[in-house]
Design a protein around this ligand. Sequence first.
Ligand code: PLP
Length: 397
Amino acid sequence: MPPLASRGGPPVRSTFLPVARPSIGPREKALVLEALDSGWITTGPKTHELARRIAEMAGARHAIAVNSATGALHLALVAHGVGRGDEVITTTWTFAACVNVIEHVGATPVLVDVEPDTLNMDPRALEAAITPRTKAVLPVDFAGHPCDLDAILGIARARRLPVIEDAAHALGAAWKGKPIGSFADVTAFSFYATKNLTTGEGGAAVTDDDALAERIALLSLHGMSRDAWKRYGDSGSWFYEVVAPGYKYNLSDLHAAVGLGQVERFAEMQRTRERAAARYHARLAAIPEVRRPVVRPGVTHAWHLYPIALELERLTCDRARFIAELRAENIGTSVHFIPIHLHPHFRESLHPREGAFPVADDAYARALSLPMFAGLEERDVDDVCDAIEKVVSHVRR
Ligand SMILES: Cc1ncc(COP(=O)(O)O)c(C=O)c1O
């Protein structure tokens, strides 16, 4: 093996490969121009059409397009009446948004540990964390692998607790043949720049419940009983009433235009991710210092991320050095996630007990996410695997 790039050797790649890159085609650009030329650039026909398409993809009766998954999760909590004195159970292996929104409604986030293989909510930990104050359960489909919906929904339904599923990573995923979005009371999707379907910034809340859908739609735009599109359109009237202190979470038609182009290309983009995941899986099988992500039986993985775990016992370096060595080889990686209980704010607000999350703590020491995006080519995946092989050959114990 040649010397590491960090020691002056030639890097595996001559150009940097980022961990994620959006895939924007001519169709997205044409639809944005169409919106710009239409005279309607805020929430309007394109936003409503995107919501309709997302509901279809998610197998749900309703979708409300909003400006982030964070907004969708927040609205789901408000629509369920979650507030002060209530507890909401989520996992420590997630993004801050999930926990922030619980704090925003004045409720107490209760963190539970995850399952070692998927890093999704451990149903036994969920069951143990339920108290008379529990008002909702907020599991996450980490990396695009659905959480154990049979177990989690079973536990929640038995106690009449709503499940608000954070599927920010999981548009296109399925559980036992049915799309994610067709199980929980409300499912939140993200259309952030790096997500499987992007609008730059954006998201959606989907549900089968007519009343919840109406409440979420109302809360997403100031609590007004009619949105501006209907007020100023051909069929509209000037009259509206504010019936709740709503939020300003609506998506614009400019963003929705990008999303509609992405909807048309979604199946093809997912196939690219699947091919990349299969190639990683085959190549990394030959590197015992690296643990590959699992796909449980009955699951369609959305492959938003390709997270691996380092077998640190076989290496002379830690995860931070491994990332730095790959960076020097021109391979970008990231860490999903820094567990919630390790952040300064949540240490202060939640007072997590030392050692309360052994699975997440162990996973955090080993975790890194490899490049995964719709434009990733086979030779890119090979570069990543070559770089991992090279680094491992220098730091093997
Ligand atoms: C698990 C999870 N939930 C929620 C979010 C928030 O998504 P958004 O940026 O659309 O608000 C993210 C963002 O990356 C995420 O990873």
